[in-house]
Design a protein. Structure first.
Length: 116
């Protein structure tokens, strides 16, 4: 019997992603992850696919569902966005930042479930 379970993962708001302290912590997480710059797009795409497979539904803090865009469409024309992200003080592409943040939220959720 297949269990039809859905899990809710709340994403960062635009305000959170724009907050300098939050952004600094997100940059630290990116640096500490050890993921090569050019691998981020694929890692994020694989993470969203895995999240879909296990039944994760993404919502904004106000409860509005997040329609997950195609990763390739969001990351098109800039495979070196991670370098820009780490060097800039402000976001040049909010949707990419949201996907980076979502990557960490997906795995925080998965690890929390494994720990139970």
């Amino acid at each position: 019997m297949i269990k039809n379970t859905h899990y809710i993962v709340v994403l960062a708001s635009d305000k959170q992603l724009g907050d300098q302290n939050y952004r600094r912590r997100l940059k630290d997480a990116v640096r500490l992850s050890g993921i090569p710059q050019r691998a981020w797009r694929n890692v994020i795409q694989d993470s969203f696919l895995y999240a879909d497979l296990i039944g994760i539904i993404f919502v904004f803090p106000d409860g509005v569902p997040y329609p997950v865009p195609m990763v390739d469409e969001v990351w098109i024309r800039n495979p070196r966005y991670i370098r820009e992200f780490l060097q800039s003080r402000r976001s040049s592409h909010l949707e990419r930042d949201r996907m980076i943040d979502a990557y960490f939220r997906i795995w925080a959720f998965v690890f929390s479930q494994v720990a139970q």
